[in-house]
Design a protein around this ligand. Sequence first.
Ligand SMILES: [Zn+2]
Ligand SMILES: [Zn+2]
Length: 225
Amino acid sequence: MTDEHVSVPFMSAPALCEKLIPSGRACAVTAIGRCHSCGDAFCQTHQARTGGHVSTVFVDWCKGCQVAAATARAAEESAGKAQEAARAAAEREKAEVISSRVAVLKKILVESDRSVWQERRRHVRYRSFMGVSLPDVTEPLERAIPVGQLGWRFPLIGDYNTLDPYGPTVSMKSGLTAAGKIVLMERGRASLTDSDFRGVMASSPAEIAERLEATARAFGIHVPH
Ligand SMILES: [Zn+2]
Ligand SMILES: [Zn+2]
C-alpha cells in the first residue's frame, strides 16, 4: 500500500510518510516534506524541529535524521573530551616525572662534597633616620651552589593597570641552597637588593632540571638517569 509512494518524486502528488513506526511498518500519514538527508518523505510528527518554548521546524529534515545527527555530535564531543582528559593526564604525568627529577638532582648536588658553595650577600640600604643618614650595610645570606643562569621575573613598579604585575624574564646567576631552594646568587655589586627578593622563578621545571644536571656533570658528579 505504501510502497507505491516511495518512488513519488518530491513536489509532485502528496506522498505518504515513509518513516517507520514501532510496528515496523511505514507511518503512512500524509507527508509534508522530504528529508534532504535520507530522502524519505515525512509527516508532521516525523518532522525535525528544535525543542524549547518556541519550536522551529525544518522543512526538509526528518526527526530520525535529526536524532542521528545529535547522537553523532554527542559521541564526537565525548570522544573529544576523552582525548582532552588523556592529554591532560599525560601532561600531569610528565610534570610529575620532571618534578621528581628536579628533587633527585637537588639532593645529589646538596649532598655531594664536590659541590662548590658560594657566599651570598644582601645589600641593605638605610635611609636617613630622624635626620641622621646611616651607612648601607651588607648582610650575609644563606650560601648556595651556583647552578648557572636561570630565568627570573621581577615585579613591575608603579603600574597597577596591568594584569601581569611581573616584568619580562631576565637571565640571572642562580643557585641552590642546602634547603633545596633555587635562589639568586648576586646582582649589581655582587650583593642582592631588597627588590631582588620579590623576583619569581620564570624557568620551567624542565629547564631547572637541565641546569642542575649540567652543574652536577661539571662537578664530575655521576647523575643517574
Ligand atoms: Zn531523514
Ligand atoms: Zn510519519
